[in-house]
Ligand binder design. Structure first.
Ligand SMILES: NC(=O)C1=CN([C@@H]2O[C@H](COP(=O)(O)OP(=O)(O)OC[C@H]3O[C@@H](n4cnc5c(N)ncnc54)[C@H](OP(=O)(O)O)[C@@H]3O)[C@@H](O)[C@H]2O)C=CC1
Ligand SMILES: O=C(O)C1=N[C@H](C(=O)O)C[C@H](O)C1
Length: 253
């Protein structure tokens, strides 16, 4: 039995995962952590990871960037592997994640869906060809109006893959409103749309001479992120310290 602590248990993702794990025979949520207490769960809920003294094998986190440093400290202290899905982390927090991964198993992924992780793999092949041919690269993401961070963690992760595949010297441009000059070649434009209940759309656009190639990913429900997170938790429980990613889960090694 894999015993899970659900960090951010009363949020949108926390509740989808609660429902999903309830149907799993070999996994159970033994405790939750959340600031809000408007939901009755079948497991005990604590206000912070520090207060949560329940024995577990792995943490699944979909909460708030403000809670990530405390979460990492407790995971290191208790040797608790952590599937870290919260986005909007600062550079300092990313350094904290890296440092913590020297002491405990951490799988961080801005997007737990199979589709986005496969897209990242495809981009590693497509970008060197298209960038060398002078195609301009842009990312447009769309999310619901409750999302706190912009651009999405996924858009940044896609840009990082594209930048690396194109040689690593591209600048990310989030706002052109004050610009009065033509677009330089070596930039990746990243635009964010917020509205309604959009679960999460990402378009990666390659615009060349007389043609445009667009890779589109649309999430129609949060279940696809939950499925990825549950698989990742099963994979990570019992793993030694280190930084893991979704490609390891998908490949099963
Ligand atoms: N990697 C991936 O595939 C995905 C990542 N995400 C990311 O996961 C995160 C959560 O998303 P979502 O479920 O939609 O957000 P929600 O706001 O619905 O859920 C977050 C929950 O965490 C609670 N919370 C806030 N601060 C703390 C804290 N300090 N300690 C513990 N709990 C806290 C919130 O309480 P309150 O409402 O009171 O603030 C809320 O109940 C976001 O960063 C989002 O971008 C989302 C989907 C997929
Ligand atoms: O906040 C969300 O909802 C989502 N956040 C993630 C991100 O920032 O990339 C992933 C997904 O698109 C949904």
């Amino acid at each position: 039995m894999v015993r899970v602590i659900m960090h951010g248990c009363n949020g949108r993702m926390g509740q989808v995962i609660t429902e999903m794990i309830a149907k799993e025979a070999e996994m159970e949520i033994v405790a939750g952590v959340d600031l809000s207490d408007h939901i009755q769960n079948s497991y005990p809920v604590f206000k912070s990871m520090k207060d949560c003294d329940v024995e577990a094998d792995v943490v699944i986190d979909f909460a708030n960037a403000k809670a990530v440093d405390g979460l990492l400290d407790v995971c290191v202290e208790r040797n608790l592997p952590c599937v870290l899905c919260t986005t909007g982390l600062s550079e300092e927090q990313l350094a904290h994640v890296k440092e913590a991964s020297g002491k405990v198993a951490i799988l961080r992924s801005a997007n737990m869906s199979m589709g986005i992780n496969l897209l990242m793999k495809l981009l590693k092949d497509a970008v060197p060809v298209l960038a060398a041919a002078g195609y301009d690269m842009e990312i447009v993401e769309k999310h619901h109006n409750q999302k706190l961070d912009a651009p999405s963690g996924t858009a940044i992760a896609l840009a990082d893959v594209m930048n690396q595949a194109a040689g690593g010297d591209y600048e990310y441009v989030y706002d052109r409103s004050t610009r009065r000059e033509k677009r330089p070649e070596k930039e990746i434009g990243i635009s964010a749309v917020r509205g309604g209940t959009i679960v999460g759309d990402h378009d990666v656009i390659f615009a060349g001479q007389d043609e445009v190639i667009t890779f589109s990913h649309m999430a129609y429900s949060r279940k696809l992120f939950a499925t990825g997170a549950v698989s990742a938790a099963r994979f990570l429980a019992g793993k030694p310290a280190g930084m893991y990613d979704m490609s390891r889960v998908i490949e099963g090694k």
